[in-house]
Write a protein that binds this ligand. Structure first.
Ligand code: IVH
Length: 717
């Protein structure tokens, strides 16, 4: 074994160290143990770097294990030597019962996607337009690793915390598990910022995946579907010693909370990460033109099968961090980055049946039940057929052999059938049901009054009398990102709905009170006991206070996902204000309609859906009743401390240093609302050159007005 490779020693102390190494752990004095513990820790850390980051181990695995065993034996005798960054914390910390939640100081976002080269060109063009640049800026291009993202916080160079992405706002505390990963340094080298939250991807190599699966099969256990699942399962292990046995890898490619940055470019920061001892990806390139970006994509695609780990595309990022800052974000993704995905993977199999699923808005979705088949490493037995027209256009019939495609996380889809394999005699053409299979109501395709076109989706007209729709709506209402009521799974909702205990969302909050006089009481019902009834009531009570964005999302308005719900919450501040405006917006020539359509991230289709939802008396009733039952708290402001947070800003005239789009995005980022016209509700008017009537109106109403430079100063403050 090469001795003390990681330490610079003068010869006399090396001799001492050798002598020390010969003493059995239980014979060491306390002072000797302290010295030996420190020496072993440094030595193990050095081996970890050579093994994982430099790919040049200098000792065998057995020798490495012997070092660790000795290290742990010393700690077992002298537990006071153990500290948070001790090497032994990399294995064997006590299993936790449940992960603690950690709120990300800077949200963890996702990426916009592109499949075609054109979309990449459009992405670059959009950036040029937004920034008013004549030629494209430089971009980095790097592999998109198919693992799971993780945020690792270092303070004064020491690893202090690690969290999974979770929903992007809040993740799980996986510090104990990340400490067991040999590839991740406990301590960073060099001149490191005081606070550095490194973000990157945790993943598993193909070879390690195959070995783990071989062991599973040997032990008679089911094989894992793909490396990503194993990586996720290993990182989210309550027992860190399980994580320690899985050779998880990591690439650092981004950052969250930092006290300062070591460079002014994306590539420069990642280079600095590498110098701190963090693993980074060698395939990252700086590209000066869109042509170079696409060429690098082709190069990575060509190497894909020989990389030894799964990747699902290439990520492009604007290199200049000042430009990244100016570009900012649209809902959940940065404007300055894009994931260029590889084409999806395909397989063929037989359709055994076509089933209809009913969504919470009554949509009838055809689902192909397939003879299970592996597509890109995942077993697929259901695939979407999209809608009635798609089935007819592709002429897909039960019994057909079909091509199934799966791309990333999206639901697998049926591309078409294989004519040579159609059974003889031919199966009958598939006839799409005209009645809802769940409630028997007519299922119709609405005609858009403006375009005169039929909607592609057939919808059940049963509304809340349709059990499938009502149950789906309720399920959505209590789901994790909506009201998040624990212990309210699909089966319970279905049961409560069938038994007439809960028909509408507001009934959830009167359940306990009604139960006092009910017969049988909930705790007397089958499958319930006193504890589970009490737990459910407690879980419901805990959600009597809810953030506005969750409240809006829970309503299940068509087209309103989490990001849109946040935009609405940010803009309106209260549920009452949203409801009032949306009701007034029934008149499409009203100020209310203008307000709704001028919100960042909300186009006509969404505005239409919001107005339609609140236009329905039964929805108004649901909202009003709910507001009687629960307290709605505001969304946390995007940024606090700015003088414009919560204010309404209007931009007018022509801006010279930034584009109108950029100005609007800036204001939204500071937590301000941007309106299209000046009214009594306006707090600030930013007037560019040649501002006209809006500026005049602002002056008339006595509203504060500033010029472009003053705006930029205010926004930077
Ligand atoms: S950058 C603000 N770079 O892809 C942008 N993400 O679809 C932060 N991912 O959640 C992400 N490889 O888990 C970035 N080289 C890479 C990546 C990468 C994989 C994952 C990451 C992210 C997801 C978005």
């Amino acid at each position: 074994m090469p001795k003390n490779t990681s330490m610079a020693h003068d010869p006399s102390t090396t001799k001492d160290a050798d002598a020390l190494r010969a003493i059995e752990p239980d014979k060491l004095t306390e002072a000797q143990a302290r010295r030996e513990h420190r020496a072993l820790g440094a030595e193990i850390a050095g081996h970890d770097i050579r093994y994982h980051q430099e790919d040049r181990p200098t000792i065998s695995d057995a020798e490495y294990d012997a070092l660790r065993r000795r290290y742990e034996a010393i700690e077992a005798r002298f537990p006071e030597l153990r500290s948070a960054e001790s090497q032994s914390q990399r294995v064997g910390a006590a299993p936790a019962e449940k992960f603690a939640k950690l709120r990300h100081r800077v949200p963890m976002l996702s990426l916009g996607n592109a499949f075609a080269d054109d979309e990449v060109m459009e992405f670059v063009a959009r950036i040029c337009r937004f920034l008013d640049l004549e030629s494209p800026p430089a971009f980095t291009a790097e592999p998109k690793i198919d693992g799971l993202s993780c945020a690792i916080r270092y303070e004064r160079g020491k690893l202090v915390q690690a969290a999974t992405r979770g929903d992007g706002e809040e993740g799980e505390d996986v510090t104990a598990n990340v400490r067991t990963m040999r590839t991740i340094p406990q301590t960073l080298r060099g001149d490191v910022p005081e606070v550095l939250e490194v973000r990157g991807e945790v993943y598993l190599r193909h070879a390690d995946f195959a070995a783990i699966n071989a062991r599973q099969v040997e032990e008679g256990k089911p094989a894992y579907a793909n490396p990503r699942n194993v990586a996720a399962g290993s990182l989210r292990q309550l027992d860190p010693s399980v994580t320690a046995r899985r050779p998880l890898q990591f690439f650092a490619y981004a950052w969250g909370d930092v006290s300062s940055l070591p460079a002014a470019t994306q590539s420069g920061v990642v280079k600095a990460f590498a110098s701190y001892g963090l693993p980074t990806n060698a395939l990252m390139r700086l590209c000066a033109t869109p042509q170079e970006m696409l060429a690098h994509y082709r190069l990575i695609e060509a190497q894909r099968s020989s990389l030894g780990y799964d990747i699902d595309g290439v990520v492009y990022k604007v290199d200049d961090l000042a430009l990244q800052r100016r570009l900012g974000f649209v809902s959940r993704s940065p404007r300055w980055a894009l994931a260029h995905k590889f084409p999806a993977e395909k397989a063929t199999t037989v359709i055994e049946a076509i089933e209809i699923q009913i969504g919470r808005t009554g949509s009838l979705t055809p689902v192909a039940k397939l003879n299970p088949v592996t597509v890109g490493g995942v077993v697929v037995s259901n695939a979407t057929l999209h809608n009635e027209d798609e089935i007819a256009r592709k002429d897909i019939r039960v019994g057909d052999t079909v091509i199934v495609q799966r791309a990333g996380d999206v639901i697998p889809q049926v591309l078409g059938f294989v004519p040579e394999k159609r059974p003889v005699p031919e199966p009958r053409r598939y006839e799409f049901p005209k009645l809802c299979p769940a409630c028997g109501s007519h299922a119709v395709r609405e005609v858009n009054p403006r375009t005169g076109k039929e909607d592609v989706i057939r919808r059940c007209t049963g509304g809340l009398i349709c059990p499938a729709q009502a149950v789906e709506r309720l399920r959505h209402f209590v789901s994790r990102n909506a009201f998040d009521i624990e212990g309210f799974g699909a089966e319970r909702i279905e049961l409560f709905h069938k038994e007439g205990l809960i028909a509408r969302p507001q009934d959830i909050f009167t359940l306990e009170e009604r139960d006092q006089h009910a017969s049988p009481r909930l705790m007397e019902r089958e499958g319930f006991g006193e504890t589970s009834a009490r737990n459910l009531f407690a879980a419901i009570a805990a959600r009597r206070s809810v953030a506005l964005n969750r409240f809006v999302y829970a309503l299940g308005i068509r087209h309103v996902g989490e990001a849109t719900a946040k935009e609405l919450a940010r803009h309106f501040g209260t549920a009452e204000a949203l409801q009032q405006t949306a009701i007034a917006a029934q008149d499409r020539s009203s100020e209310a309609w203008n307000e709704l359509t001028s919100i960042e991230g909300i186009g006509e289709v969404v505005a239409e859906a919001v107005a339609d939802f609140f236009g329905e008396p039964h929805n108004q009733e649901i909202v009003t009743e709910l507001l009687r039952q629960v307290t709605v708290t505001p969304l946390e402001a995007a940024a606090t401390g700015s003088t414009v947070t919560g204010k309404t800003v209007v931009f007018t005239g022509s801006l010279e240093k930034i584009t109108r789009e950029e100005a609007k995005a800036m204001a939204e980022r500071l937590g301000a609302k941007v309106a299209g016209s000046v009214s009594k509700k306006t707090d600030l008017v930013v007037a560019g050159a040649n501002a006209g009537t809006k500026l005049a109106k602002a002056r008339e109403l006595g509203i504060e007005t500033i010029d472009e430079d003053a705006w930029l100063k205010l926004a930077e403050a």
